[in-house]
Every structure is written in C-alpha cells, then in structure tokens.
Design a protein around this ligand. Structure first.
Ligand SMILES: NC(=O)c1ccc[n+]([C@@H]2O[C@H](COP(=O)([O-])OP(=O)(O)OC[C@H]3O[C@@H](n4cnc5c(N)ncnc54)[C@H](OP(=O)(O)O)[C@@H]3O)[C@@H](O)[C@H]2O)c1
Length: 290
C-alpha cells in the first residue's frame, strides 16, 4: 500500500512522519509547497498537484483545515476529483459537517474510488506515538481491509455507522473540550478575584468531576507559550459546524454557542494561531486579571 497525504499541516505532517517511521512510501501535496518542503523524512515525495497523488498512492488521507479547503482541492485544475479512480480509497480526517461528508462521499463515489468519513480524536503527538483514536463511518468491509494500515496510527477505531455519523460524533466531542476549558478558566479567574491562589482552587477542584480535565489542561492553560497542537481558529470552526448541525437537527444547544462567540472574540483579538486552551488568557484579560 502506498500512502498519499493531501494537506501537510500539523496533522498531515504527523501522519507522514508516522508512516515514514514504519518504512512506508508517502506521496504528499500541500497548497504552500515551501511549507511541505520543511518536512525532512525518508520515503516522502512532494508532488505538484492533488491528481498526481491519486496516481502514485492508493490510500489518500485528506488533512485539510475546513470545508472550503477540501472543495478547493477537489475542484481545482488537476485536483483530486480529476485523479481519483477505483484504485483509490480517500480517508478524510478533517473535521467537517455531516452534510459536507455526505456531499464529498457522493463526489468521490462518482470517480469509482471509496470514501471514508474518518475524523480523529487526538493530536499530532498521539499520531506520532500510534495512539490516535479514530472514528470511522462508511463501508465496514473497507474498514476490515484498512485495519492493518489504520492501526499504525492508533488501535482504537470506533465504527460509527453510515457516512456523516463519524463527523457528527467528532463535532459532539469537540463541543465538550472548549466548554470544559472555559469552566476551568472561569473557576480560576473568579477564585483569583476572591483572593484564592490557583494551587488552593485546584486542590479543591480535584474532588470535583473536573479533576481529569484539570490534569489534562491546566499546565498548558497557564504556560506562557505552550506548543500549538490545535489552533483557536480551528476550534472556532468546529463550534461553527456544530451549531450548523444543531440547527439542521432542530436541537437547541445553550452552552456551545456562547463559547463559540467567546472564541470568535478571542480570534478577532489576536488569538487565532494560539493553542485553543489559551482562551484562559483572554478570559483573564476580560476579568481584569494579569
Ligand atoms: N491539530 C489537531 O490536534 C487536530 C485534531 C483532530 C482533528 N483536526 C482536524 O484536522 C484538520 C487539519 O488540522 P491541522 O491542525 O493539521 O491544521 P493546520 O496545521 O492549520 O493545517 C491546515 C492545512 O490545510 C491547508 N489549507 C487551508 N486552507 C486551504 C485551501 N483553501 N486550499 C488548500 N489547502 C488549504 C493548509 O495548507 P497551507 O500550508 O498552504 O496553509 C494546511 O495544509 C482540521 O480539519 C482539524 O480540525 C486537527
């Protein structure tokens, strides 16, 4: 099996590094070729057009930021749809709406290729360790065929059902994360205003249901410059897609839209490329804390 990667950002780079470390040959394409060239790993070739990746590789990961980026790659001159044949399987790990997943599935199927709706729950670090939880929607037989390849990324693969359901579950998952970070941040800020040190607040909260989230996030929330595994602007995009999904399903969401507007405000104020848990800094600022 030869691997293709369309979109060589944080996730794309990690996938390439992981397969390269297992001696696979990988073909990649990125809109900004210079950025892709910074990645120096064995058995990795950068190609000039998405259609060329389809010719060289049979398994093609799409790791692009949003729906617009995927449409650009699908429909551009020498784009993905011009290159796909029945030899290819497209695995879209980008976080998108269930509706868009269905639209891309239909477009890909017209070429004879397979399409899998395959968002993932972990960071680039988890990919590098082979510990990436994977959501899988689509043809179960394809899943069985792909298992040995996918298990290189992560052994936990959750089969969610037909196309679109994995994307829906991914959006639900990403509703929980920023809402939780904001609750921790507000607890710390209110405590600080009441004159209580973080250490003492955390000590008390360790006996609350937030303890696991604090262990996971606190250090990065207060670190002046934590590694950026996932940007604020991409988390904002996910909450935007989530609210679209809730509208379609006529299901009210009360917390996530508030957090979405908060993230939008942070993005408008220079936080776009920061790690999303740094919403803590923005909330501190809004609270008049340093
Ligand atoms: N990072 C994570 O921890 C994580 C975890 C789970 C899921 N995800 C999802 O995975 C996807 C990729 O995330 P990431 O963190 O790797 O993002 P990223 O580092 O920001 O990379 C985004 C990629 O999309 C490309 N792109 C953006 N707009 C484009 C356009 N109009 N046409 C063509 N290419 C375009 C970028 O190309 P350029 O280099 O030319 O800008 C880059 O290759 C997103 O959907 C994200 O929500 C991320």
């Amino acid at each position: 099996m030869r691997i293709g990667v369309i979109g060589i950002g944080r996730m794309g780079r990690a996938i390439i590094e992981r397969y390269s470390s297992q001696d696979y040959v990988i073909y990649g394409w990125n809109r900004t070729k210079t950025k892709a060239k910074e990645l120096k790993v064995k058995n990795f070739k950068i190609l000039d057009h998405p259609a060329e990746v389809c010719r060289e590789a049979n398994i093609i990961f799409i790791t692009l930021s949003d729906i617009e980026a995927i449409k650009n790659v699908f429909y551009q001159e020498k784009g993905l749809l011009q290159g796909l044949t029945s030899e290819n399987i497209v695995l879209n790990i980008s976080t998108i709406t269930p509706e868009a997943a269905l639209e891309f599935y239909k477009e890909v199927k017209k070429t004879g290729a397979e399409y899998v709706d395959m968002p993932v729950l972990g960071s680039p670090k988890k990919i590098l360790k082979g510990e990436l939880p994977i959501l899988f929607s689509g043809n179960r037989e394809v899943l069985e065929r792909l298992k040995p390849i996918l298990e290189i990324l992560g052994k936990k693969i959750i089969y969610v059902g037909e196309i679109g359901k994995a994307s829906a579950l991914k959006l639900i998952f990403n509703m929980v994360l920023p809402v939780t970070v904001v609750v921790i941040s507000e607890a710390l800020n209110l405590g600080a205003k009441a004159g209580i040190e973080d250490k003492i607040i955390l000590d008390a909260l360790m006996d609350s249901p937030l303890s696991a989230a604090i262990k996971r996030y606190y250090d990065r929330m207060v670190h002046p410059n934590p590694p950026v595994s996932f940007t604020m602007k991409l988390m904002l995009k996910d909450l935007e897609y989530l609210t679209r999904m809730s509208y379609k399903l006529n299901t009210p969401l009360f917390l996530a839209p508030v957090v979405k507007e908060l993230l939008k405000s942070a993005v408008a104020n220079g936080f776009s490329e920061k790690y999303y848990a740094k919403i803590h800094d923005y909330l501190k600022k809004l609270s008049g804390l340093k």
